[in-house]
Design a protein around this ligand. Structure first.
Ligand code: GDD
Ligand code: MN
Length: 376
């Protein structure tokens, strides 16, 4: 009661109907698309009470400034500017959690998702006991023609891989377009991963009991700006798959780390061969030089890829590198120790070798995550 009395009275122009739908739009450099998107939304949603929340990661092109300027004149528009963070999934999660509408949709800000199906999605949720409606490109009536060239091939491959590994009963688990009951989302929000692109896949694999409906749509081609899907996003997707197929035993970040480790092996052998055969150095010296090169290369690639969000800069790089190499040396000892012990036991060389390498990699990952990049 006390709280009630202290609250300001709502302005007389307050909307008659309570808010039904929040549309969360993650944005990174989408200034050129904002106005068209808002126009399209107001056309298709004219009969209901809605708002759009742009979850912007401090875009250099000023998307957040433009969004707030529009919001000043249009109360249906809000903008959540996030600083010191990057990631489509994390932006969507924060945006949804900032909403108080009973239904929330997630939709891209580049006009590739067809706003025309939003109303149908809303009616499905309101009129049935479904928890989530997923926009699909891979059902009768849908299409992915807007996915250009290799991006289309990657999407189809990722869809097939997911269908094979995870029991998610949808035709388009890669979709970034869906509408969900906010209370169902809030239940699982603390378990969701903030990295990467695959918020829907994570949601379906984490909250296994959602009642799912699908709505086909035409995925349009992007006209303004460019896609932010890159190598890191692909590795993050594989990491999410690994985590979800192993019941979260594997951390998603281990996948990019292991990928960088494999690149390090390539560096190692190239340097080893050049030192041995090119420079005519002894094997011991060549092997040491190659190890050092590979470790330094791994450190820098991890710093910009695996730990991009926790990136070390300036003089602290030297300290990080020193700790990384020390951890690597200890990991090497553990690797040899385990391999030697297993080999002595059963004499299957490749099993002993693989087990040693795995132990070394897990040790390096766990220790450098904590001590070099200060994860959590
Ligand atoms: N806040 C924030 N932070 N937004 C981001 C980030 C980020 O790090 N990266 C991308 N976005 C925004 C973009 O500005 C855009 O509005 C939306 O997320 C989708 O990004 P695109 O870069 O256009 O991705 P895409 O077209 O290759 O893939 C999209 O569509 C696919 C099909 O639905 C994504 O939504 C995929 O997840 C989806 O599979
Ligand atoms: Mn896009």
């Amino acid at each position: 009661m006390v709280l009630q009395q202290n609250l300001p009275r709502p302005p007389s122009k307050a909307p008659q109907r309570s808010l039904e739908l929040s549309i969360i739009v993650p944005t990174y450099n989408e200034a050129g698309n904002l106005a068209s998107l808002i126009r399209k939304l107001s056309q298709v949603l004219s009969g209901i009470s809605w708002e759009v929340i742009f979850a912007d990661d401090n875009s250099p092109d000023g998307t957040h400034r433009l969004a707030k300027e529009i919001a000043l004149a249009d109360p249906r528009v809000r903008c959540l500017r996030r600083v010191g963070r990057r990631g489509l999934a994390g932006a969507c999660i924060d945006g949804i959690l900032s909403s108080s509408a009973p239904y929330v949709a997630v939709m891209d800000g580049d006009l590739q998702h067809d706003e025309a199906i939003l109303l149908r999605m809303l009616h499905t949720l309101e009129d049935s006991d479904m928890d989530i409606v997923v926009g699909t490109r891979y059902r009768e009536g849908g299409s992915a023609i807007g996915l250009a060239g290799h991006r289309g091939a990657i999407s189809r491959f990722a869809t097939a891989l997911t269908g094979w590994l995870l029991p998610v009963p949808v035709s388009d688990p890669m979709s970034g377009f869906f509408m969900v009951r906010r209370d169902r989302f809030e239940e699982v929000a603390p378990q969701l991963s903030h990295d990467g692109f695959k918020i829907l896949l994570d949601l379906l694999a984490t909250a296994r009991n959602l009642r799912i409906s699908e709505e086909p749509y035409l995925f349009r081609a992007r006209e303004q700006g460019e896609s932010k899907f890159d190598l890191r996003a692909s590795l993050e997707f594989l990491g999410l798959l690994a985590a979800k197929t192993t019941g979260d035993v594997i951390e998603p970040r281990f996948v990019p780390y292991a990928f960088v480790g494999a690149l390090g092996m390539v560096v190692h052998f190239v340097v080893l061969k050049s030192a041995l055969q090119g420079a005519g150095l002894s094997f011991e010296v060549s092997q040491s030089v190659a190890t050092l090169f590979a470790m330094i290369a791994n450190f820098f690639v991890n710093n910009v890829l695996t730990y991009k969000d926790l990136r070390i800069r300036g003089w602290r790089i030297l300290k990080g590198l020193a700790i990384f190499c020390t951890i690597g040396a200890a990991g090497f000892v553990a690797n040899i120790g385990v391999a030697h012990w297993l080999y002595g036991d059963n004499h299957v060389w490749w099993m002993a070798g693989a087990a040693g390498a795995l132990i070394g990699a897990v040790w390096n990952y766990a220790m450098s995550s904590r001590l070099v990049w200060h994860l959590r």
